[in-house]
Structure formats: C-alpha cells, structure tokens
Design a protein around this ligand. Structure first.
Ligand code: G3H
Ligand code: 13P
Ligand code: ZN
Ligand code: NA
Length: 308
C-alpha cells in the first residue's frame, strides 16, 4: 500500500543510508523509478510538486502511483513536494497522500513555525507525516563569507527550536545545495560542519537534502551532443551525498537527474532515428535510462539496496 516514511527513516537513520525521493509527473518516469527500486529491494518515496500536480491533474498522478503499488507489490510513500500553503497540503492529505512538505522557508521564523504547526496538526490527525524547511537553498560561492552563509543556511539552534515547537517529522535544511542543473559556480562544496552540528543537536530528526541531483555528466554530454544546449551544468558530487547520508540526512531529493536522463535518451533516439514518430519508440529508451540511473543511485549513492 501507500505508507508513511516513519519506519523507513528510522531504518535509514540507524543504517547510515538515505532514501531517494524522486519527482514524478508521468507514467514512464514512475515506471522507470519503480522498476529500479523493486530490483534493488529499496524503499521508495515518489513526490509530486504543485507544478506536476497541475500538469498531470491530481487524479492521474494518484492513480498512476496506485497502479505502481499494485503492479510492483512495493510499499511506496506518496509525498507532496514544496507545498506552499496549508490549503495545498490539506488537499493532498485529503486525496490520500501519506506525506506532505510545507515549505515555509521564505517566511520569517515565527511565521514558518505557525504555518508548519498548522499543517502538522491537520496531517497528524489524519495519520500523515510532514516535512518542513528551515533556511534558504543557495550554493556556496567561492568567496562567500561566514555572515552570508549564516544569513541563508540553516541555523542549528533555530532548527532545534523549530522541530520542538512544530512537532514536524522531518526537516529540510540548507547547507549549500540548490535546485536545478547549475548548482555551483566554482568547485562544489557543502557546509558539512553545519550538517554535523544539526545532526548532533537533532539526533532523532530525519534531515532532508533538497537540490541533491548529481547532474550526471554522461547525460549532460548526451543532451549537448544531440542538439541540446546546457553548458556548465554541475551537481552535487556522489561522495558528498554519501557523506551526508551517513550523517542525519535520510531523504535525498532528485528531480533534475530524471529530467536529464529522460531528455538525453529522447534526444539521442530521435536524432538517430529521424523517421520514427511513435512515442512508444522514444519513450522506451527514456524509461530505461531512468531505470538505470535510479538503480545506480540506489546502489552507489543512497546505499538503500536490500534494506526492505
Ligand atoms: O523543487 C523543485 C522540483 O524539482 C520540482 O520542480 O516545480 O518545476 O515541478 P517543479
Ligand atoms: P534537484 O533539482 O537537484 O533534482 O532537486 C530536486 C528537489 O529538491 C525537489 O524538491
Ligand atoms: Zn526541493
Ligand atoms: Na542517514
């Protein structure tokens, strides 16, 4: 069935690994991810953004994920990614999501707490878990000083107070990752000192890393070789994600890597087969590319293989 992330985060915390949370918006993406998780015997979170919900319409995504559960026999967490209001969180909870994120990170501390608490109260009354966010996602520029980091990154003491006052189940933190395919201007770096501090202060709170795609060079290259133009794309190196998942990080969010894998495969197929126009022909290699990429992540980056 659809399940909450409570037990899988406990296991991940203890085992020093992380669960992949993959953004989905169509059938082939869902199928590729689920096939990979099944083969790896890995726990799985599928997440839906407001944009994805609008693109596919809520009922389609819900039914596709239900189909994936039924077809695969896997238990899956269905999570709302970056819910920005109480209303969208409530709508997803009422629709049967087992987990929601309320992203109040753009609000001042007290407003973020009040909004998060409101969602937690409603969600918990329905048996649904909640992720919140404290701090603003931004890459570390080469010469960003300490005060600039303190202004955007998650403050460890505030994190403790935030979790205590909201009762939230997991917390997304800002330590230098960012969304999209262009994460770092210079060399990639994350604030591991901060992550260690937060991990030590909140030993029972699963931490979440957003903007955690590695931006696989293989797919960037393939996109660029087959007519695309995404120069200078750079993600979070695999060894950093491994290091983070040995600390308090239990959930690693991945969207960009799915987009790149799918687009690279479609571009390649269409260029190499100019006379094909059956969508099934180009979406099959796209689905396989997603499956292989996700399987690689589960095995080598998340460390969640064989933990079911
Ligand atoms: O955090 C952002 C996710 O990658 C979802 O992106 O809002 O374009 O669906 P989206
Ligand atoms: P990426 O853009 O690094 O894939 O991050 C996705 C994400 O954080 C979704 O919430
Ligand atoms: Zn995110
Ligand atoms: Na972990």
């Amino acid at each position: 069935p659809l399940i909450t992330s409570t037990q899988m985060f406990k296991n991940a915390h203890k085992g020093g690994y992380a669960i992949g949370a993959f953004n989905v918006n169509n059938m082939e993406i869902i199928q590729g991810i689920v096939e990979a998780a099944k083969e790896e015997k890995s726990p799985l979170i599928l997440q839906v953004s407001a944009g994805a919900r609008k693109y596919a319409s809520p009922i389609y995504l819900k039914k596709l994920v239900e189909a994936a559960v039924e077809d695969s026999g896997l238990d899956i967490v269905l999570h709302l990614d970056h819910g920005e209001s109480f209303e969208i969180c409530k709508a997803c909870i009422d629709d049967g999501f087992t987990s929601v994120m309320i992203d109040g990170s753009k609000y001042p501390f007290e407003e973020n707490i009040a909004l998060t608490k409101k969602v937690v109260d409603y969600a918990h009354s329905k048996g649904v878990v909640v992720e919140a966010e404290l701090g603003k996602l931004a890459g570390i520029e080469d010469d960003v000083d300490v005060s600039a980091k303190d202004a955007t990154f998650t403050d460890p003491d505030e994190a403790v107070e935030f979790v205590k006052r909201t009762g939230v189940d997991s917390l997304a933190i800002a330590i230098g990752t960012s969304h999209g395919a262009y994460k770092f201007k210079g060399d990639p770096r994350l604030d591991f000192e901060r992550l260690e501090k937060i991990t030590n202060l909140l030993p029972n709170t699963p931490l979440v890393l957003h903007g955690a795609s590695t931006v696989l060079p293989e797919f960037v290259k393939m996109c660029n070789e087959y007519g695309g133009s995404i120069p200078g794309a750079q993600g979070v190196p695999e060894d950093m994600l491994l290091r983070a998942s040995k600390l308090g990080v239990c959930k690693i969010n991945i969207d960009t890597d799915l987009r790149l894998a799918m687009t690279a495969a479609v571009r390649k197929f269409l260029i190499e087969n100019p006379s094909e126009f059956d969508p099934r022909k180009y979406l099959s290699p796209a689905r396989s590319a997603i499956k292989n990429m996700v399987q690689h992540k589960i095995k080598n980056v998340l460390g969640s293989s064989n933990t079911l």
